[in-house]
Ligand binder design. Sequence first.
Ligand SMILES: [Fe+2]
Length: 443
Amino acid sequence: MIKDTEVVSVQIDGDRYHDTRHARVETDHIWRKTWLLAALESDLQKPKSTVTFDIGHDSIIISRANDGALYAYHNACTHRGTRLLEEGVSSSPLITCPYHAWCFNLDGQLRGAPDPNSFTAGLPGDRLRLKPVQLETWQGFVFVNMDRDAAPLSDFLGNMVKRAAPYQIAKMDLLEDQTVSVDCNWKAMIDNFSELYHVDHIHPQHKRFVDCPNASDELFENGHTGLHVPGFVTDSRYPVPDKPTDYQEMQLTALGIDASAFHGRVADIPAAITQAKREQSGRKGYDYSALSDEQLTTVFQYNLFPNIILSGSPEGLWMMRSRPHPDDPSKSYLDKWTLQLNPDPALGGASEHKQTMHAASGNSEITNGRVARDCFGHEEILSGSKSMTETIDQDISLLARVQAGARSSGFDRAWLSDQEVRVAHFHDVLNETYHKAGLIDAS
Ligand SMILES: [Fe+2]
């Protein structure tokens, strides 16, 4: 394990998963003070485009104004506070309040209000522009920070910037956009994606394409974590099979390799995959020149504090975002963007050969040239009418039970294994905030 910070304690009580005081502290000291991944730059390429991002009771508008610049401001009319735009992606030259028709330019400036002479104090532009929010971009994502005094995003991300640099995340296209409401606190979702200890038990299919026992964890400043899992291999806890598994066969075939050639030599598959990717680099639409051999066959995951999971490979990525329910700490939302690096025609790629193995359904509805956002409840996953891929569905099927148990008077605090060191790190950083707010004793 590589770490640039020390885990000093692991105090994880059950209260933080349901108590409204914890939720209020998180609102004041985390959601309103931290850089948050809010939007995709690809949704804001054209002037007049807007995206709204809701987090708790706050809603932020991100827009590309006519001057070509990106702006972020609170989604609350400066007249009487009305929420201006619904959540989602839209396009309009102006933002008009649905209540009294106050009108704002896309840089947030007040453009006009009906009957201006009826305001005896006038309509001062500085006072009445939409309240600005800090904005920065990284790897094709737009981040916002409601704290006007926050340090730059690069300071907050620290080593994550270097780790993600070889991957072409900013060039990936959105293939699927899903949001599921779940009956668990937002942190239970992050905990779930901060350890592999549960994988062998509830994701038995993983033994056929990754080797979790040989995964490596990384802990970073500010609560970020990393994970690298050897891919294109089988789980080292089990005997190597005589022939490639169904997943390995699919992976070999996708690269034009005859899977039957690996009967009796399954352990040679990663080397063959690496060689094939190197040979195809620069002429089959992909450029792997910035990636090491190990990176070509490794599944990576970077968790950005507090609520982002970036999990993927050189060819695709899941951006998963856990968001709290505005009023009920026992509920939350999981957003999942499936992003895919499509073969670049300039590098000999054939754009019609779109892979879909990263997406759950691969048949998302397209509206105005963009995949439509699909919102549903976890009940629909349990019934099988919706899916976020087999693995995520398996996690979601258990999280309401995790939440219920953590709220029981029979649970006082977690007891973690070394395999859950990223869970510990996440909560150690949270504990600093809880401690300052008087919710827990010193760690
Ligand atoms: Fe899982």
